[in-house]
Design a protein around this ligand. Structure first.
Ligand code: G16
Length: 559
């Protein structure tokens, strides 16, 4: 590192002192904390993004968001060259940078890391970083901190992409690195044109769209997704989307609204009421990377029937399996593609969904919570479908399958009637373009759900009947140190503190169909408790009892 670079880093970092007495870590989805604690962290993530860009020779993204967290929180995460999450191999460096106590320590760390990774800081190689943020009021100051971090690396270039959903920024990074046009308009056009392609291929005998409730009503969580969905909706032909709780309505972000609230509380979000009973409703989270559907129950109970990420996964799996069977049944052997289809869930997946997927003959895999883990597993398949129950997920297609589908569909001569196999190939190719290949994306997920329901001729009620969820309850417990909980086996077993798992087992054993696990959250300062049992009351009692156990072992007064 030359002298110019050293003094640039020392000068700019002296404007961003780290908060005293706070240890930050790159958790489930980047750094998250109260926004007032974050300027130095975001500045340092800007530096990290520029170094990552130099290392990979690619465009890198920095997204400023705390997604489902309360409005006073904020956060920052990196999008890697393929649009996915930051390589886990760099996370310890992110932690070390965020917690370096002084500019001198920071410089030392950077120097060591740059040498270890062989990063060329010659001032000639140019880093490029795309910045995005959600609608939080703290976003613009934090974006400026990120900009200063990036530009403290000599020659680095920043592009402020403005207010975006998290998946839009990930999509843009991926597109830029593939040499594809990557503006918001390009994103909207890719989604709307692939949706049109799928709509054109809906079997006429199944096209009962007019008989279904002809619109979907979407809760935008008072975040960025609602406004973007309105923009996207203007490009759509058949689909009518009514958006409520868009950030323009003056409501508070994620407060009694949004996918996290709807999924965890199973209550009607603000802006919806008994007049919506029976309608097809959906909910996005604050940065629109999660999607769940719901049906408002009749009368004014305030309850909903939740159609969660597991059911979205099941719907996608059914549709894709059907297309693969059309392809294989109708092709000569030599034209078949030996497509490996796999699904990925976490311990939060409702047991009934896992049974259903297994009954379909699908390979079901489990990973710890966090899209970075699910995505990595799903990428091992030709088509990998991953979803967390909270609605975060997507469908990944291997490059070789996409190439095969492209070649297969090129042969279809215009004007002639496409065979069933050809239509299936066209549909799969359109799905690969519609659904975000970088990360879970509520907007593209919503369009895919909608068009599959049309394709099947299904109402939301028919979809919801695929299987019946086991009653479940989720709670959170504030403890002295959540990182004292160490888990194994995709977070289903507590290894530390000793004795806690045995106590959970003893409690769970009292309930028919009981299942329960605890894990430290990576985005909030809490331990999460999930319980399932044969009745709602039993699931609630089990969750409460285990919450008490966590409190006994780790509670605020136990340290
Ligand atoms: C993030 C992650 C998700 C995870 C969720 C909750 O979502 O991307 O994979 O399920 O946090 O994580 P935890 O239980 O560790 O707090 P989002 O939508 O907040 O970015």
């Amino acid at each position: 590192m030359n002298e110019e670079q050293k003094s640039l880093l020392l000068n700019s970092s002296s404007c961003f002192s780290p908060p005293q007495g706070v240890k930050l870590s790159y958790g489930t989805a980047g750094f998250r904390a109260d926004a007032s604690l974050l300027p130095s962290t975001v500045y340092r993530v800007g530096i990290l993004a520029a170094l990552r860009s130099l290392k990979t020779g690619s465009v890198i993204g920095v997204m400023i968001t705390a997604s489902h967290n309360k409005v006073s929180d904020n956060g920052v995460k990196i999008a890697d060259p393929n649009g996915g999450m930051l390589s886990q191999h760099w996370e310890p460096f992110a932690d070390a940078l965020a917690n370096a106590p002084s500019p001198q320590h920071l410089l030392l760390l950077i120097n060591e890391f740059v040498a270890k990774e062989g990063i060329l800081m010659d001032g000639v190689s140019q880093a490029e970083v795309l910045l995005g943020r959600d609608t939080r009021p703290s976003g613009s100051a934090l974006l400026e901190a990120a900009r200063q971090g990036v530009t403290s690396i000599v020659g680095a270039v920043v592009k402020d992409m403005g207010i975006l959903t998290t998946p839009q920024l990930h999509w843009m990074v991926r597109a830029r690195n593939k040499g594809i046009k990557a503006s918001e308009q390009d994103y909207f056009e890719q989604l709307s044109s692939s949706l049109r392609c799928l709509e054109d291929l809906i079997p006429t005998e199944k096209s009962k769209f007019d008989e279904l409730i002809d619109k979907v009503v979407v809760d935008g969580s008072n975040g960025v997704g609602g406004v973007k969905l309105k923009g996207l909706g203007r490009l759509l032909n058949a689909l009518v989307i009514e958006v409520r709780n868009s950030s323009e309505d003056g409501g508070v972000l994620n407060d009694g609204v949004g996918a996290d609230y709807v999924q965890k509380e199973k209550l009607v979000p603000h802006g919806f009421g008994s007049e919506d009973a029976g309608m097809r409703c959906a909910s996005l989270d604050g940065d629109a990377d999660r999607l769940v559907y719901f049906i408002v129950q009749p009368e004014s109970s305030g309850r909903i029937d939740l159609v969660d990420g597991d059911k979205i996964l099941s719907l996608f799996a059914l549709f894709i399996r059907e297309q693969l069977s059309f392809l294989n049944e109708n092709e000569g052997l030599k034209n078949c593609y030996p497509c490996r289809l796999g699904v990925v869930q976490t311990a939060y997946a409702n047991g009934a969904s896992t049974n259903y997927l297994k009954q379909l003959g699908l390979e079901v895999n489990f990973t710890p919570t966090g899209v970075k883990y699910l995505h990595e597993k799903a990428a091992e398949f030709d088509i990998g479908i991953y979803f967390e129950a909270n609605g975060h997920g997507t469908v990944l297609f291997s490059e070789s399958l996409i190439e095969w589908l492209e070649a297969r569909t090129k042969e279809i001569s215009s004007g002639s009637k496409a065979s069933e196999a050809e239509k299936a190939a066209l549909r799969l190719l359109a799905v690969s373009k519609l659904i975000n290949q970088a990360v879970g994306d509520a907007l593209s997920g919503l369009l895919l759900v909608e068009v599959i329901l049309q394709h099947m001729g299904w109402s939301i009620h028919r979809w919801n009947e695929l299987y019946h969820d086991l009653p479940s309850r989720q709670l959170k417990v504030k403890v002295a140190d959540r990182n004292a909980v160490i888990t194994a086996n995709a977070e289903t077993v507590v290894v530390s503190p000793p004795g806690l798992q045995e106590a959970i087992n003893a409690e769970t054993g009292k309930y028919p169909q009981g299942r329960c696990f605890v894990r430290p959250s990576g985005t909030e300062d809490v331990v999460r408790v999930y319980a399932e049992a044969s009745t709602q009351e039993a699931a609630g009692t089990l969750a409460n009892s285990v919450t008490k156990l966590v409190d006994q072992f780790l509670g605020l007064n136990s340290s």
